[in-house]
Design a protein around this ligand. Structure first.
Ligand code: ASP
Length: 357
């Protein structure tokens, strides 16, 4: 099925201030009620101006590209992440910025994955979506889309983009994509970034938090990575976890790495069977990445005895990384690096501002 594309040029007589490519992937945002009946159906982007007339008042050219088959983001997968990265790569010189319309459920995973796939990114890539479909009167879609477009088009006095990284814009907050997390399934304030401040907040004016925004780097060339390795797993600790569960995960054939979701500041049971299973996995060159179940704070291996043993076994500290950024980081690192020790080093340091040192 072909991609559908429509162009919207500004009607304002003023000179345009850039061009934005909007990529529609699906999700709640793109739903409207069909004329007959009360059923929500996917939105036809030819009618975008009818649905969001404010778009035609924006002072820049916008091109809408719809994926051949819009999806609920619960069906998002690494192949589509690579497709999105390739679309951005092949349109990088023609457009000044990119907005991705995406379901909220897995938006934080997509934003994290794209942050790794798009190395040396120097233009804005802003993901947004909505909690209520665009065809519903009280929908948050209009504000989210319009402000995401304005943030994407924003330039500083030197004419460079103010934002040059992958972000999520939602409910007045612009967040670093690989620091974001969906925290709400019904409130409009659906995303948060517990360990990194908002990059901008949109009220009457848009206030930028400049010290926290990745600086624009003149002269760097975008590198689009085109593979991800899915030989990864999550293992979430809980009191009473059985040896069978832990061993079943560690014995997955060809497994390269596990995101171990630990308690508090990176703690786990000190039961001998658990520690010996972890040590055996590490000896078999499975990377274990320690990420906390808490949204705020960070892993501090060695602070308690219950994490010291993990550190001694060679578990890699995830510091304050989110689980979404951790699992996608593993997919990226394992795709570009086969050496176990090099993978450990890459996972333990920030690659795209996804964790604090
Ligand atoms: N299930 C939807 C999705 O993620 C929810 C949403 O868009 O908000 O695609």
């Amino acid at each position: 099925m072909p991609y559908s594309k429509i162009h919207i040029n500004p009607i304002s007589p003023e000179p345009t201030s850039g061009s934005v490519l909007v990529i529609y992937t699906g999700g709640t945002l793109g739903m409207v009620y069909e004329t007959k009946g009360r059923q929500l159906v996917p939105f036809n982007f030819d009618q975008i101006i009818e649905r969001v007339p404010e778009i035609s008042r924006l002072d820049f050219a916008i091109t809408f590209l719809s994926l051949p088959e819009p999806i609920d983001s619960s069906n998002m997968n690494p192949a589509i992440w690579i497709e999105l990265a390739e679309i951005i790569g092949s349109n990088y010189d023609q457009f000044d910025s990119f907005v991705i319309l995406h379901g909220t459920d897995t938006m934080a995973y997509t934003a994290s994955a794209l942050s790794y796939l798009l190395e040396n990114l120097n233009k804005p890539v802003i993901l947004t979506g909505a909690q209520l479909p665009i065809g519903v009167a009280r929908s948050d879609a209009r504000e989210n889309v319009i402000t995401a477009l304005e943030l994407a088009a924003a330039r500083n006095e030197q004419g460079n983009p103010i934002i040059s990284e992958v972000c999520i814009y939602f409910n007045s907050n612009l967040l670093r994509g690989n620091r974001s997390k969906k925290k709400e399934s019904s409130d409009f304030n659906a995303f948060h970034s517990e360990n990194y401040p908002a990059l901008a907040t949109a009220g009457v004016r848009i206030e930028y938090n400049l010290p926290y925004i990745k600086p624009f780097l003149p002269g760097v060339e975008l590198v689009v990575h085109k593979s991800l390795n899915t030989q990864v797993a999550f293992l979430k600790m809980f009191p009473g976890i059985s040896p069978e569960v832990v061993q079943a995960v560690m014995n997955i054939p060809d497994l390269r790495g596990v995101v171990l979701e630990t308690f508090g500041a990176g703690n786990a049971t000190t039961d001998i069977w658990f520690l010996s299973t972890i040590s055996r996995a590490i000896k078999n060159q499975i990377v274990i990445f320690n990420v906390s179940q808490c949204d705020g704070g960070r892993v501090a291996q060695g602070h308690y005895q219950t994490s010291k043993y993990l550190q001694q076994a060679g578990v890699v500290s995830g510091s304050d990384i989110t689980p979404e950024a951790a699992i996608t980081k593993m997919m990226y690192v394992f795709a570009i690096e086969s050496d176990y020790q090099n993978c450990v080093e890459m996972l333990g340091k920030p690659l795209r501002g996804e964790m604090s040192i």
